[in-house]
Design a protein around this ligand. Structure first.
Ligand code: SF4
Length: 351
């Protein structure tokens, strides 16, 4: 535990570091602008936070820009066709987030008069908004003194306190430790500063302790054991699943199906194929009507959060476009909501 005096010094040191070293991000209001009265747009912050779940800043930024250009307000987003949203989302992964984005925008339009609610408790009730996003939005947009904890913050705090309970069990303890440090002064800047510290200084493998505003308070640094934290229970190997996928072309088009709303990649487009199971399916199992399928040499390998997937890719051509499904023009394939795993299959079939 830290004394009240230490905590106050840590808060001041972190805020002062953030004032000069904090990242400039397109959705962020810099401290000097905040001090001059500029306030964050909750819609822009919300979009960034949803996109940044499981995605890096460089990967998410062009998506954020595209969404804001096409849907400048949350009401514009609510009024959009869901398929258009999923198309713009394609490539960001975790497609439930794209679907929840639309649902959430509609609730903001219909139940909150087009404006985001202003407290962590109310934000938490919105679809797709978990404890981290609610705490972050409440702090950044509405200056509520919340306790923001993401993976970066967990790492910093585990090192500061030398927290010994391994993750994931130790999450509660890390949250409590982070709560003891949370600043009631400039809560939005403090939360962003702590996330920046984890993202830019206190990195997993080579923390730059010499540049860290908290080095004088860090127990792991004191004993040069920084990278021993956070303690983690060793992850079991991911299970492997297998399937077949069929890429059928006709002229300049390719046959696709819309996946059911429920389940992985729900609502997204995909090529026909088998279910994904624990054992490889038989050759041509589930292939659309018999034709000259050629098995491609390469397989799709794709890692999801809970399993690793291997797909055998088959390709064929037909002149019969009456086969049921969506015939998508290959020249405009970027306009379709095609998840990364399907893009990989298409690339293999084209090679
Ligand atoms: S001193 Fe090093 S290990 Fe400790 S919080 Fe700072 S960067 Fe991380």
């Amino acid at each position: 535990m830290k004394t009240a005096k230490d905590i106050s010094k840590m808060q001041a040191a972190l805020l002062s570091w953030y004032d000069s070293e904090g990242r400039t991000l397109p959705w962020r209001i810099r401290p000097e602008d905040r001090a001059a009265g500029v306030t964050p747009d909750p819609y822009a912050v919300w979009l960034s936070e949803i996109m940044l779940q499981q995605t890096t800043v460089p990967h998410a930024t062009p998506y954020w820009e595209k969404f804001l250009t096409e849907f400048p307000t949350v009401t514009n987003l609510a009024n959009a066709e869901r398929d258009r949203i999923l198309t713009l989302w394609a490539g960001l992964g975790y497609y439930a987030r794209g679907r929840n984005l639309h649902k959430c925008a509609q609730i903001i339009r219909d139940e909150h008069g087009g404006a985001f609610p202003k407290t962590e408790a109310q934000l938490l009730k919105l679809p797709g908004v978990g404890p981290y996003t609610a705490a972050t939005m409440a702090a950044i947009c509405f200056d509520e003194a919340t306790n923001i904890v993401d993976g970066n913050v967990e790492r910093v705090v585990s090192r500061i306190f030398r927290a010994e309970i391994p993750l994931p069990k130790g999450k509660t303890e890390l949250r409590d430790f982070a709560g003891t440090l949370a600043s009631p002064k400039r809560p939005g800047d403090y939360g962003q500063a702590l996330m920046d510290l984890g993202a830019t200084i206190c990195s997993p493998r080579s923390p730059k302790c010499g540049d860290c505003p908290w080095q004088g308070f860090c127990l792991a640094h004191k004993d040069s054991v920084e990278t021993d934290y956070p303690k983690k229970i060793k992850k079991a190997k991911l299970p492997i699943r297998y399937g077949n996928i069929y890429v059928l072309k006709s002229g300049g088009s390719v046959l696709m199906h819309q996946r059911p709303d429920k389940g992985l990649l729900g609502g997204m487009l995909g090529f026909p194929g088998t279910d994904w199971g624990d054992t490889p399916p038989a050759a041509l199992e589930g292939a659309p009507s018999p034709r000259n399928w050629e098995k491609c040499e390469d397989k799709v390998r794709h890692v999801f959060t809970h399993f690793e997937l291997y797909l055998d890719v088959y390709r064929s051509e037909t002149s019969d476009q009456k086969i049921e499904g969506i015939w998508a023009a290959l020249d405009n394939i970027a306009d379709y909501a095609l998840p990364t795993v399907m893009k990989k299959a298409l690339k293999i079939a084209a090679s």
